[in-house]
Design a binder for this molecule. Sequence first.
Ligand SMILES: Cc1ncc(COP(=O)(O)O)c(C=O)c1O
Length: 397
Amino acid sequence: MSTPATATRLRSFGTSIFAEITQLATEHGAVNLSQGFPDFDSPEFLKQAARHAIIVGNNQYARTQGMPRLNEAIAGWFRRFGGRPVDPHDEITVTSGCTEALAACCLGLLEPGDEVVVFEPYYDAYLPDLAMAGAVPRFVTLHAETDGSFAIQEDELRAAFGARTRAVILNTPHNPTGKVFSREELAMIAALCIEHDAIVIADEVYERLTYDPDKPHISIATLPGMAERTVVLSSLGKTFSVTGWKIGWAIAPPHLTAGVRAAHQFLTYATSTPLQHAAADALSGVKAQAYVTELTALYADRRRFLCDELRDLGFGVNEPEGTYFIMADHTAISERLGLSGDIEFCRWLTTEAGVATIPPSVFYTNKAEGERLLRFAFCKRQKTLYAAIWRMRRALT
Ligand SMILES: Cc1ncc(COP(=O)(O)O)c(C=O)c1O
């Protein structure tokens, strides 16, 4: 058969950069700071809860919108950590990770031809999700400033909104920049959404991973007039170091929840029953609170360590306000080595130094914005970070 079998709407996306770098890293035995998942084990109390849920027989299909006790736990969690009071059964849908929640929002709430404002650099699922829904992205760049922060330009944001705007995809804390959107920035986005009657698909998977007390995570759903037009998405993966569990959720008022569920029931129908039981324990127990506090403190240390070491190696680095990623400017080093652009430097670092990272230009339509940067993930054991720094030091000095 000569015609490609992949549907036209997905053909341009090809293989994800994560697969390519992972393969290169494996071939060269590289220390992997590319993909954002912990290389340490998940908390014991959660593994025990999952084991227990299977053994006592929670193994058949769950309720499509989520096991009641998990929906209740999510409602409590959201309210406790800066969200709003929500009805657990009418306003929460449990999904297979935030990934499914994103797809369900796009497929269940957007019409073909709808325009959606997307901040770049963007998380890699957003564009394929919009393509599957037939929606059209309108990009707004988070510009890398000389002080290492990432900023929105108000005129560019305003220009991205128009008569066909139906939604904004907003990720805060933001992957890959580590930016935590300020209240002023959220208010600017909210005002434009209200003016254009647009909804917000708020991807908040890093909601608990923030490091600066002056820059807490704020859910846009809590701003005046926004609860009725926001779907808040999150998941268990980053907060509890269980990225492989794929337990996520979408929180929205009933009229938006109806759209999310319309797609969710045919995407997966329901999410893993025993893991939903364990997730309910995670979100409601005392141990869970202690775990999140410890994890955030540990990540704060790793962030500081990696930033200091990268700076010492000659990278331009600013400490991220949230997530577990650092964006580092490699120009001083790559120019010295005669390498150009993030992809070439990333390949060199993987094959010659033995450290895998992510070239962020793949997260921009305007590639030039990301070419002088590299993304490092610090959700790793301290010994992994030591090994990465030791290898880079050997190759670069
Ligand atoms: C910004 C962002 N959104 C969504 C996801 C996917 O979350 P999940 O693993 O819960 O599907 C990720 C995972 O890396 C992410 O970084």
